[in-house]
Design a binder for this molecule. Structure first.
Ligand code: ADP
Ligand code: MG
Length: 137
């Protein structure tokens, strides 16, 4: 199965792409597609539409459009979505378990290093948002 990962602007700015990718690969995932892009606030608003009623929606979308991001498709086992959420750690880096990506490379709940899909259905939608069929061959 597949999941969508995003290395967020803060982690890219802090030069943590390689270290995060090493953790992803060490955990047994294959990075089957990856690109560094910048997105507009409008695009971020579309991507995070499910959060549009949350108080943090505006700040989240501004943050995600504040610098380069790395979007990537990870192939894991049957539980790729859950397995990636496990190695990401809790949303708030201060609450994330030792050894998780967010604990190591996140700074705050806004600047928490990575995004990971939360269900197989959302993973499929999120992958289709960023990648064409051709890029996934
Ligand atoms: P996750 O990324 O762990 O799936 P959510 O989907 O709930 O978390 O939220 C999306 C993103 O919005 C989080 O990664 C985080 O950067 C931000 N966020 C979530 N909750 C808060 C909050 N209470 N305050 C500020 N930002 C938040
Ligand atoms: Mg989420």
């Amino acid at each position: 199965m597949l999941t969508l990962s995003i290395i967020k602007p803060g982690a890219v700015a802090r030069n943590n792409i390689g270290k995060i990718n090493a953790m992803i690969e060490s955990a047994g995932f294959k990075i089957i597609a990856q690109k560094m892009i910048a997105i507009t606030k409008t695009a971020a608003e579309k991507f995070y539409e499910i959060h549009k009623n949350m108080p943090f929606y505006g700040d989240l979308c501004s943050y995600m459009s504040s610098g380069k991001i790395v979007v990537q498709v990870l192939e894991g086992g049957s539980d790729a979505v859950l397995k990636y959420r496990e190695i990401m750690g809790a949303t708030d880096p201060l609450k994330a378990a030792d050894g998780t990506i967010r604990k190591l490379y996140g700074v705050s709940i806004d600047d928490n290093a990575v995004h990971g899909s939360d269900s197989d259905e959302n993973a499929a939608n999120e992958i289709a948002f960023f990648f064409s069929g051709l890029e996934l061959l």
